[in-house]
Design a protein around this ligand. Structure first.
Ligand code: SF4
Length: 103
């Protein structure tokens, strides 16, 4: 099983998860015209480090918790893999999406 980045990240993207992943399983890109990040299920070792880094709690610990986004993560991982790393936004910056809250 792998961790999954969910819809909360779509159009939000703080980017801290990428910097803490020990296996470099997290890639950035755009999806539906919005900034996003995904976890490569082939590379993720389910250590959990990324989930605690997300200021809006966008990362869930198993594919079962969000099968729709689990598939989106897996599909986009192939496309995003070669993309450059992103610069993280400040963790205390207000969320861009009105539905997101700092956790
Ligand atoms: Fe990387 Fe660990 Fe998050 Fe998997 S759970 S994406 S290995 S930080």
């Amino acid at each position: 099983m792998a961790y999954v980045i969910t819809e909360k990240c779509l159009g939000e993207r703080y980017g801290h998860c990428q910097g803490v992943c020990p296996t470099e399983a997290i890639y950035a890109g755009t999806y539906q015209g919005k900034d996003f990040m995904v976890i490569d299920p082939v590379v993720c070792i389910s250590c959990g480090a990324c989930a605690t880094e997300c200021p809006v709690g966008s990362i869930v610990e198993s594919e079962d918790m969000d099968p729709t986004y689990a598939k989106i993560n897996a599909d986009l991982a192939e496309k995003f893999k070669a993309n450059p790393k992103v610069t993280a936004r400040p963790k205390d910056e207000a969320p861009k999406k009105p539905t997101n809250k700092l956790v």
